[in-house]
Structures are given as C-alpha cells and as structure tokens.
Write a protein that binds this ligand. Sequence first.
Ligand code: GLN
Length: 320
Amino acid sequence: MKYQTYERGYTPDKSFESIKEIISEAYHNGCEETSKGKPADYIPELAKADGNAFGISFLNNAGERIELGDVETRFTIQSISKVINLAASLKFRGYMDTFSHVLMEPTGDEFNSILKLDTRSDLPFNPFINAGAIQVVSLLADMFDFEEMLGFVRQMCMDNDIALNEDVYRSESETGDRNRAIAFLLKSKGVLMADPMKTVDLYFRLCSLNVTARSLAGLGIVLANGGMNPFTGKHFIAPNYVRTIKALMFTCGMYDFSGEWGVRVGIPAKSGVGGGVVCAGNGMGFGLYGPALDQAGNSVAAIAAMEHISHLLRLHAFES
Ligand code: GLN
C-alpha cells in the first residue's frame, strides 16, 4: 500500500485525451492485480468466472465513452442491485417510509452478517448489507413483480438487454439458506414487510441479472447526474434521493472495506460479488468488471484501477 500525495499545485488535465490515457494506465494496473484475488465460490455458479477478466467502461455527461477490456461480458449484478432497490423504494415509497424500515449506519461486518441484526437492533443497519437489502425488497415485493423491477433496472442502467441469468439464480436459490435465515429473522422481529419466501425469491432474482461493465457505467452516470439520463435529459429519480443513495454508497458501498475505499478512492461506489463495481464521480460514471475478489468480496482489479483514476484526476470527494 502506498500513500498518494500530490506535488504542490498539481492540477489534472481533464481533457478527453488525458482521461483516456489515465484510464488506460488504470486498466493495466488493474490487470496486474487480478492474480491476487479469486472469483466468489459460495454461490457455485459464480466460481465459473474467468479470474483474469477485467474491463473498465467510462461514460461522461456528454455521452462520450472510453472502454477497455471486458466491457461487454455479461455477469451478474449481485449486490449492486441493492442500489437500484433502494432507488425504487425511495422513488415509490418515499424517504420517510424507506428509512422507517432500514437504518443508515455502516456495520464494519461482512455483507451477510447476522450479528448486529440479532444483538443490536431490530432494523437492519443499512440498505447495502444483505439484511438491509432484503428488508428494502420486502417494501417492494407486494407493489412490483419481477418483470416490473427488471424494467426499472433496465432504465437505470440504460440497457434493455439486461435479463435474468437462470443458472446463477438457481445456484443462488439452492445455496441461499443464510439469506432465507435473515428474512425469517426479520420476520420473527416483526419488521419484514412481505412474505419472507416471496421477498427472498425477488431478492435472488434481482441479484441474478446479467449486466456488463457498460451497463454499470450507465448506472454510474445516472447517479453522477442527480438521477438524469444524459442522453434523454429525463430525470427518473429525484436529485435529493440520489444524494442519499450516493451518501450511503460512500459510507457502506464496499462492504467492510468501505472506510478504506473512502480514504483511498473517495468516490461513491457499490460492488457485487459477481465482480462488478459502479462508481459515480463528478460528471463521470464508471463501470468495472473484475471477478477476482479480495477477502471482503470486492474486485481487486477495480480497486487498483479506481485508486489510480481518482488520484490522477483528483476525483476524491474531499480533495481541496
Ligand atoms: N446475492 C449475493 C448474496 O446475497 C449478493 C452479495 C454480494 O454481492 N455481496 O449473497
């Protein structure tokens, strides 16, 4: 690990050509990291991913793209669906309703931990751990069916080809006892808002949607743009809700690595165990795919690449 500092007065060149060069360096840095992690295997189907794969897709407000590596490979969105579920809950149920059912505190625990939920609070700590996401899905499960939620996901990622990966869904459903346990624990506390089996099934399906790094860049730019699609100018999430989502991505988006990510990268982000990471920078959306993961479940290549990009473009939220 190295501590990134700047020469006095360093002002980054943010021309498109310079961004291209920086992203290309970041891509190479990421490729060098892939051997340091490995694909998730607790959902057996995910273990089939190519650990050497890596891709970065960049999209800015002007609709310009920079793409390197595996940007069209389909992989499952996994925990990044938690961002979209939260967006749907804020949009259709509102802020007060959503946050009277889930808290907004980071845990420092693994994403599928049950510890604090059982011992410290009846409500899950935040919408980006499994317990919190399952709780948020329970707010939606009696309002929308899977097809309707899929339509929402496609819109937010600007990708109409997103579909269910049946094999991952089946694999996840067969091995998802811990998530079922979480749903039943929430039910036993009297806080789950829909039937636990129905809720978990929708949660599994939403985790098993096939996206690409490019679709995640689409999601990133919508979030970077306060909820507006830069191509159509249409807002489909209110900017104040997007602010809330990005704040939670900053504090809780990278599992129990969120604190370190906040120091080293400092861009709102969310990762998934399929190897995806979405980042919402200042007027820039990034989608990354690198299925080799570290202990916390984050893409090792994506961390290295985004640290480089954030540093050279001075994208850290607290840069001065
Ligand atoms: N579907 C995965 C699970 O529930 C999502 C977890 C993740 O991406 N961290 O375990």
